[in-house]
Design a binder for this molecule. Structure first.
Ligand SMILES: NC(=O)C1=CN([C@@H]2O[C@H](COP(=O)(O)OP(=O)(O)OC[C@H]3O[C@@H](n4cnc5c(N)ncnc54)[C@H](OP(=O)(O)O)[C@@H]3O)[C@@H](O)[C@H]2O)C=CC1
Ligand SMILES: C[C@H]1O[C@H](OP(=O)(O)OP(=O)(O)OC[C@H]2O[C@@H](n3cnc4c(=O)[nH]c(N)nc43)[C@H](O)[C@@H]2O)[C@@H](O)[C@@H](O)C1=O
Length: 323
């Protein structure tokens, strides 16, 4: 694959989000000069006619599809209809429009939750569709699986060099810190930080603490996205991860340590654990010459500095701005 032309018009869908924001920063730092963005208020990607008009007028040559309805285990399990419907519509509208106007390169972002709940660990890309899904996020996973197949169908029917990446659990600057809707790492960072501030004697962590997850800093993911656009052109999705995991109890202790919380940690077993383990096999990506660089503790420390600075500015997502 040839490198991308830095002057190519490049649309980053979802640029206000965790992933889209990091992709935008990385593309800028790599010299991309014609970046196109729209917030969901400016362009609701669920609206097919609006998406068609946008692609007709902007004519991007490259698209990174990082816009999606995203949330942690509780949001996914309590609002499955939104996760299924919004994600299907966003993907179908963007992929159809991209193919119609002749977008040259496109990266679709799936998620490690598309793999079966009890997939063999570490999870290889060919585990897709080999077993039953984790019920807490099956609606979201089915939408994302449809996206992977849509990319493969566009390749098969029209010969378009579009590709899919499957990131593991992500974190970093720009994450969503909503106490109910967020993923575990920002959720715990907020809770431990508030407990440290208030001198709370204990902090509650959802579930048993035994599930294992792999955490990738979003700046690493952004590098991987560009790497795949420039070095990968095949139908199979590519896992993006670090290759090691931690238990939720270990993660909780690490976050507590970084934010300086010294009280007790309690586990609320009434909350779902979700998949017992989700560790990706990243050998395909390593064979393409890419590896993660940011160690977990360092990434959490940097994210915490960003979180505190954003709190001070009233700019952290999922946290009400003080009146
Ligand atoms: N976070 C994670 O741990 C993981 C994420 N991923 C994948 O990465 C991608 C990005 O996720 P992430 O950045 O975390 O999610 P975020 O929630 O941080 O960002 C999603 C973005 O999508 C945009 N969006 C949502 N709905 C619409 C809509 N109807 N029309 C237009 N834009 C919309 C939002 O735009 P606006 O802000 O303007 O409303 C938002 O900025 C997703 O495909 C997700 O599946 C994969 C694995 C793990
Ligand atoms: C990326 C991936 O993210 C989701 O799947 P998940 O990996 O289960 O994500 P999670 O980050 O929400 O939880 C991880 C683990 O952590 C535990 N946990 C403890 N305490 C908190 C807590 O405070 N918040 C949250 N959210 N979880 C907590 C929680 O009980 C679970 O055992 C998918 O729905 C789907 O969206 C998807 O693709």
């Amino acid at each position: 694959m040839a490198s991308l032309d830095r002057a190519a018009r490049t649309y980053v869908a979802g640029h206000n989000g965790l992933v889209g924001g990091a992709v935008l920063r990385h593309l800028r730092s790599e010299g991309f000069t014609d970046l196109v963005t729209r917030t969901s208020r400016e362009l609701d990607l669920r609206d097919r006619e609006a998406v068609d008009r946008f692609f007709d007028s902007e004519r991007p040559a490259v698209v990174v599809l990082a816009a999606a309805r995203v949330g942690g285990i509780l949001a996914n399990s309590t609002r499955p209809a939104e996760f299924l419907s919004d994600n299907l519509r966003i993907q179908v509208n963007v992929l159809d429009a991209a193919a119609r106007v002749g977008v040259e390169r496109l990266l679709f972002l799936g998620s490690s939750c598309i793999y079966p709940k009890y997939a063999e660990q570490p999870i290889r890309e060919d585990a897709l569709l080999t077993g039953a899904l984790e019920p807490t996020n099956d609606a979201y996973a089915i939408a994302k699986i449809a996206g992977v197949l849509h990319v493969q169908a566009l390749r098969r029917q029209y010969g378009l060099p579009y590709v899919s990446a499957m990131p593991t659990n992500l974190y970093g600057p720009g994450d969503n810190f909503d106490p109910v809707g967020s993923h575990v790492l920002p959720g715990l960072m907020r809770r431990f930080s508030e407990a440290a501030r208030d001198g709370a004697p204990s902090v509650v962590v959802w579930g048993s603490g035994t599930p294992r997850r792999e955490f990738l800093h979003v700046d690493d993911l952004a590098r991987a996205c560009l790497h795949l656009l420039e070095h990968y052109d095949a139908p199979e999705p590519v896992n993006v991860g670090v290759g090691t995991d931690v238990s939720i109890a270990e993660l909780a202790r690490l976050v507590a340590d970084v934010v300086g919380y010294q009280g007790a940690i309690e586990f609320d077993r009434s909350k779902p654990d979700g998949t017992p383990r989700k560790l990706l096999d990243v050998s395909r990506l390593h064979a393409l010459g890419w590896e993660a660089r940011i160690p977990l503790r360092e990434g959490i420390e940097e994210t915490y500095r960003w979180f505190r600075a954003s709190l001070a500015e009233g700019a952290a997502r999922g946290i009400p701005t003080p009146a």
